[in-house]
Ligand binder design. Structure first.
Ligand code: EPZ
Length: 421
């Protein structure tokens, strides 16, 4: 398994291009199942998760061609041959469960393996299931698979979620586009990826209003046509690279970044003493003065502080002036980066969903273990300003969500290399 070696020290200068959003692309790709006509995505990120979704679509008989060095995904599900999403693929990537709604809507039945838990939590699907059942689906859990059917087709329904689940919002919204009648989804997720999916579905002929708010209304139509859609900028990659100059010093411009994608995150950066300037091409980030200040962070559904930037923010707060408290309210086990940062000399105490970080002057490089996608990149960020070398192992986690991280950070002066093993 490859590892990445970061040698700390030296400020960063230059610009980093931000790619299309992994978490938008992973819900846009299953949308191809809703139409017999081709769906083409541009500005697609080149990531292993995208390859996994391509594999899954191919196993259903859909075609997904990667063009222009992976930045364009030309898909067609004219000749679907299966509605069975196999455990072998689904267990690798939870987002595979986003084929459930589209298959039910198109085929009237689907067999989707339950993904099982992952490092950050149990990841149940009760909200997906209840929402689709409200639309007339009959869903039974058997042998680890969800066996879903809607023999008379799906019908519009009013469904209120007890938690603003991103995936459940996406599955239900996609299914509702072809249901008979109107669906109103209450307490819907408001993430930019939801708006991006709704925009793509509208381009395919769907009738959707209210995306981006907590109440989405979908008027079912008989069929959807093909479309070409640009994937929205990845706000999590954006926030990750905005933290690089905050941790290492210097100034970096994140090309393609937009403030509205990272509003709550920028408020916390501002409070910590980080200056963010909107430019014609993106967001320019630098520390206002020497050391960053401690800030408290609580993760919430959008527009709150994103859970996917919690680990990266903690990496910065390890050397802040003062004590910060981070509260993780989205996932039950998302502090696995903390013990690895402690190996680098950080002073962190975790109690349940809270982590207290007492700022130290400097971290020291050490061999550390990546446990999940966002934890792995937080260790790389920490290594940028640590004394000596930090060796991050199991970087396959990283490849799931960050394209060319070594090239992007090297291009602004970081001393970072990938060791192939
Ligand atoms: C999406 O996951 C993202 N993944 C996650 O990003 C992100 O952390 C998460 O949204 C929250 O923003 C993709 O978009 C592919 P949820 P998702 O349903 O849809 C509970 C990354 O690093 N829940 O909003 O699975 C669940 O257990 C990944 O890129 C239920 O209880 O998130 C969790 O505690 C990690 N029942 C919370 O809600 C359900 O039916 C958030 O889950 C569904 C979810």
């Amino acid at each position: 398994m490859d590892s990445i070696v970061v040698t700390g020290g030296g400020e960063l200068q230059g610009e980093i291009p931000i790619a299309g959003a992994k978490n938008a692309c992973l819900t846009l790709m299953p949308a191809t199942l809703l139409s017999e006509e081709p769906l083409t995505l541009t500005n697609a990120p080149r990531l292993s998760d995208i390859k996994t979704m391509t594999e899954l679509l191919a196993s259903l008989g859909a075609e997904a061609k990667s063009l222009q060095n992976g930045q364009v995904l030309a898909m067609s599900s004219h000749d679907l041959t299966s509605a069975h999403a196999d455990y072998d693929i689904v267990r690798k990537m939870r987002a595979s469960n986003l084929v459930l709604g589209p298959l039910l809507a198109r085929f009237g039945h689907a067999e989707v393996s339950l993904p099982g838990g992952c490092a950050i939590g149990a990841r149940p699907m009760d909200l997906h299931i209840h929402g689709l059942e409200a639309m007339g689906a009959e869903i039974e859990l058997r042998d680890g698979y969800l066996h879903a059917k809607a023999p008379k087709g799906l019908k519009g329904a009013v469904y209120e979620m007890n938690f603003a689940s991103v995936g459940a919002t996406e599955n239900i919204m996609m299914a509702a586009t072809l249901a008979k009648g109107t669906t109103v989804l209450k307490n819907a997720a408001r993430e930019p990826e939801i708006v991006d999916l709704a925009t793509c579905l509208r381009a395919m002929g769907a009738q959707i209003d209210g995306d981006g708010t907590s109440e989405i209304t979908i008027q079912g139509v008989d069929r959807l046509h093909g479309a070409t859609h640009p994937v929205v900028t990845d706000r999590i990659e954006l926030g990750t690279y905005m933290l690089a100059p905050a941790i290492a010093g210097g100034e970096v411009e994140c090309i393609g970044g937009r403030i509205e994608l990272v509003g709550a995150f920028c408020e916390k950066l501002d409070a910590a003493g980080i200056h963010v300037e909107e430019t014609k091409r993106g967001l320019k980030v630098a520390r206002r003065n020497g050391r960053v200040s401690a800030v408290d962070v609580t993760t919430e559904p959008f527009p709150g502080f994103p859970t996917d930037l919690q680990a990266q923010m903690m990496a910065m707060l390890c050397t802040a002036d003062g004590t910060s408290v981070l509260e993780e309210k989205i996932f039950e086990n998302r502090f696995m980066h903390a013990p690895e940062l402690v190996r680098m000399g950080a002073d962190i105490e975790v109690h349940g969903g809270h982590a207290t970080v007492r700022g130290v002057d400097k971290l020291k490089g050490a061999p550390v273990m990546a446990t999940d996608l966002r934890a792995s990149v937080s260790l790389i960020l920490a290594g940028l300003a640590a004394e000596g070398e930090t060796v991050v192992n199991r970087v396959y986690h990283l490849d799931r969500g960050y394209e060319k991280v070594v090239r992007k950070l090297s291009s602004v002066g970081a001393r970072i290399e990938r060791i192939k093993e």
